[in-house]
Design a protein around this ligand. Structure first.
Ligand code: PGA
Length: 252
């Protein structure tokens, strides 16, 4: 059975002190919570990863990075490699977030390289993609999503593909307060799963967790997570408040 996942993408928020506080609050909130088939992941900023990893040891929380560079090492000023993430105990990395694509020029081709580098270092990948509002208005959302997945991931063998978690994040719903309706999310997730089945077969398609992201809140989480092809969420704003994050984790 594939896992449900609730992952908090903290983006460029929380200094070291605030990271320690939020980790402590989330840990406390989860103490008496039974997590049925659900993984909880937080993704603090690079500088606070070692602290978060240390504090989440022996807890129900896993720690992910928000990005990484595709090269192993070298003259890439300001960048962080997969090896560096591994060396501080990180096991998962988010790649392809729409903010990385929009503000840092990350393309499908570059993301394919990052995915390869992450998998080569045995990092699990949460791969983000999603259409923009103009794509949806032009009824091109499926074509856009399909090409993002194909271009960045379909060179992988089935075994490698199983190490990927997908996160469908319609750009128009990120940080806007506007959410895809549960039906829109389900329709797209079913389309994605069919795209995976066509390429890798039903076994792989059914085993891959597909998360929804974009203004998920305690008020809408259970309806969205209740859809059969939605296996959890990638949460931005609401992941910065322990109470809200906990409410989303327990929304299944
Ligand atoms: P949001 O962000 O929940 O604040 O919309 C989601 C994301 O960017 O992953």
């Amino acid at each position: 059975m594939r896992k449900n996942i609730v992952a908090g993408n903290w983006k460029m928020n929380n200094d070291l002190k605030a990271t320690k506080t939020l980790v402590k609050q989330i840990k406390k909130s989860l103490k008496k919570t039974k997590l049925k088939n659900t993984r909880v992941i937080i993704a603090p900023t690079f500088t606070n990863l070692p602290s978060a990893v240390k504090r989440c040891k022996k807890s129900k929380i896993e720690v992910a990075a928000q990005n990484m560079h595709q090269a192993t090492s070298g003259a890439f000023t300001g960048e962080i490699s997969a090896e560096m993430l591994k060396s501080v105990g990180v096991k998962t990395v988010i790649l392809g977030h729409s903010e990385r694509r929009a503000y840092f020029g990350e393309t499908d081709a570059l993301l394919a390289e990052k995915v390869n580098a992450a998998l080569a270092h045995k990092l699990e990948v949460i791969f983000c993609f999603g259409e923009e509002l103009a794509d949806r208005k032009a009824n091109k959302e499926e074509a856009v999503v399909e090409s993002q997945i194909k271009n960045a991931l379909f060179h992988l063998e089935a075994d490698a593909f199983k190490k990927i978690v997908l996160a469908y994040e319609p750009v128009w719903a990120i940080g806007t307060g506007e959410t895809a309706s549960p039906e829109q999310a389900q329709d797209m997730h079913a389309f994605i799963r069919k795209t995976l089945a066509d390429k890798y077969g039903n076994g792989v398609a059914d085993s891959v967790s597909i998360l929804y992201g974009g203004s998920v809140k305690p008020a809408n989480a259970s309806e969205i997570f209740g859809k059969p092809d939605v296996d959890g969420g990638l949460i931005g704003g609401a992941a910065l408040k322990a109470e809200d994050f906990h409410a989303i984790i327990t929304a299944f």
